[in-house]
Design a protein around this ligand. Structure first.
Ligand code: NAD
Length: 485
């Protein structure tokens, strides 16, 4: 049991302003695995004040990027030294199978920390050039106090995606994890403090929506970096717009995998499947719409059903498990609600649709494949956030691209084909921020990642991810002068 009685605010573990707590239960067994104080408005005010003070007068923004990078590198090492502990902690919070989680939930965040630590010595924070009218220096400065807000589905990964570039940039951060996953957030605070992060640079305020809203609207916050649902993203974007506050949004998805008519299913489906039902289907980038050529529709659905039948569903902590429980009862209700909606809309369940036998204590849903799906159905348009796939027939490549693009979202996608050139041609026509051509890698941390349309605003990862936390300043210089940079 991971029990915290204090909140990490301003670099210290301090008493919370109220007695309210969040209990964390294992989604597999229901057992109580942790408890943390719930942060309230007064705690957020305290955290923002500490972050403001550390930004205005503390050492962190005044250190060089390479000095700040040392802290990130040490944090990455500390996480790697406790891969199993961290992986089990996250699985106990939200049900991710450790087989997937140890790499995606834990090792990947260390890659992100290391990548941004590397940018500390290679990124051009200052550039001097001859402008149109004389010499010019463009310098990139930290944006200020950052509110980082994350969902529960890949908690440490998303914390790393925000904190690594924000901290490298020299910002100070108030981090609001989701109420479901406060334990790994507190662990990350401990790790960063041990790695040498100065007091005040980071605070962690586990809280729900209302307190999150208070943080977003706080006048002491300069920039909001949000990952979560499109509905919440719209509200946060509007609030930031009203205050002219910097804001980046990573939101939902309903991504399509196109199987072209020349596809080899034996080699392609093993690439597709891990991204179709990754993280129990609780992933923004999941390939939940499978687009199959009409004349190979039966062949594709049969092969997919066999892949899904072979998935091992069970205890998230069992290394053999490929699909674990959903995060909570309400998430299972949501997913089961969509399974009912799909049937009412006329789609057919080819496999799954119920609860797996013998797993009564956790929030399990059978991995489910719907066939005879039309792209206009709600199960094809709305984010289900569970292990539910829809197979949609198409007539010709142009139709496949049209259906892939016929979505409010534009986060991710994939094409599988015997012809890579044809795949790249399709990739160029699909309006999403990231795409896979005969690949199973949806995100490369050195390259931009984010959404078109209702999937977001801005790009995380790569140098773009660092730029989200920088302001650019142009300094016009006297003729003949060139500063050392
Ligand atoms: P959510 O939007 O309900 O909550 C996300 C976080 O925002 C939580 O910490 C929550 O407390 C907070 N929050 C919610 N409303 C808020 C408000 N008005 N002001 C301030 N904070 C607020 O999302 P969820 O259901 O927890 O997470 C799942 C969603 O996240 C899915 O839509 C998924 O696609 C998306 N997601 C996107 C990405 C991406 O990179 N694009 C990655 C992971 C998850």
């Amino acid at each position: 049991m991971h029990a915290y009685e204090r909140l990490f605010i301003g670099g210290e573990w301090v008493g919370p302003s109220s007695d309210a707590t969040f209990d964390v239960h294992s989604p597999t067994s229901g057992e109580l695995v942790g408890r943390v104080p719930e942060a309230r408005e007064a705690d957020v005010d305290r955290a923002v004040a500490a972050a403001r003070q550390a930004f205005e007068g503390g050492p962190w923004p005044r250190m060089t990027p390479t000095e700040r990078a040392v802290v990130l590198t040490k944090a990455a090492e500390a996480i790697r030294n406790d891969m199993q502990g961290m992986s089990e902690l996250i699985s106990n919070e939200m049900g991710s199978p450790v087989s997937w989680g140890s790499l995606a939930q834990v090792f990947a965040p260390t890659m992100i920390l290391d990548y941004y630590a590397g940018l500390g010595s290679t990124f051009a924070f200052d550039t001097v050039k001859v402008g149109l009218l004389g010499p010019v220096m463009v310098t990139k400065e930290p944006v200020g106090v950052v509110a980082a807000i994350t969902p529960w589905n890949v908690p440490l990964f998303l914390a790393a995606a925000k904190l690594s570039p924000a901290l490298l940039a020299g910002c100070t951060v108030v981090f609001k994890p989701a109420p479901e996953t406060p334990l790994d957030a507190n662990r990350l605070a401990e790790i960063l403090a041990d790695a040498g992060l100065p007091a005040g640079v980071l605070s962690v305020v586990p809280a729900g929506r209302e307190v999150g809203d208070h943080l977003v609207n706080h006048p002491g916050v300069d920039k909001v970096s949000f990952t979560g649902s499109t509905a919440a993203g719209r509200k946060i974007g509007a609030a930031c717009g009203a205050n002219l506050k910097r804001c980046s949004l990573e939101l939902g998805g309903k991504s399509a995998a196109i199987l072209l008519d020349d596809v080899d299913l034996e080699t392609s489906l093993p690439l597709l499947m891990p991204n179709a039902i990754m993280n129990n289907g609780e992933a923004c980038i999941s390939l939940t719409r499978i687009l199959a050529p009409r004349d190979r529709y039966a062949e594709v659905t049969d092969a997919l059903v066999e892949q899904v039948r072979a998935l091992k569903v069970g205890d998230a902590l069992d290394p053999a498990t490929e699909v674990g429980p959903l995060v909570a009862e309400r998430q299972r209700e949501r997913v089961e609600g969509y399974i009912r909606i799909g049937q009412e809309e006329g789609a057919k369940v080819a496999i799954g649709g119920g609860r797996p036998a013998g797993l009564d204590s956790g929030w399990f849903v059978e991995p489910t494949v719907f066939v005879d799906v039309d792209n206009g159905m709600r199960i094809a348009r709305e984010e289900i956030f569970g292990p539910v796939l829809s197979v949609i027939p198409y007539d010709g490549e142009e139709d496949a691209v049209r259906i892939a693009n016929d979505s409010d979202y534009g986060l991710c996608g994939a094409v599988f084909t015997a012809d890579n050139d044809r795949g790249v041609k399709v990739a160029r026509q699909v309006r999403t921020g990231t795409y896979m051509v005969n690949s199973n890698i949806p995100i490369d941390f050195s390259s931009p990642f984010g959404g078109y349309k209702a999937s977001g605003v801005g790009r995380e990862f790569g140098e773009d991810g660092l730029e989200l936390f920088l302001e650019k300043k142009t300094i016009n210089l006297p003729a003949g002068y060139s500063p050392d940079v």
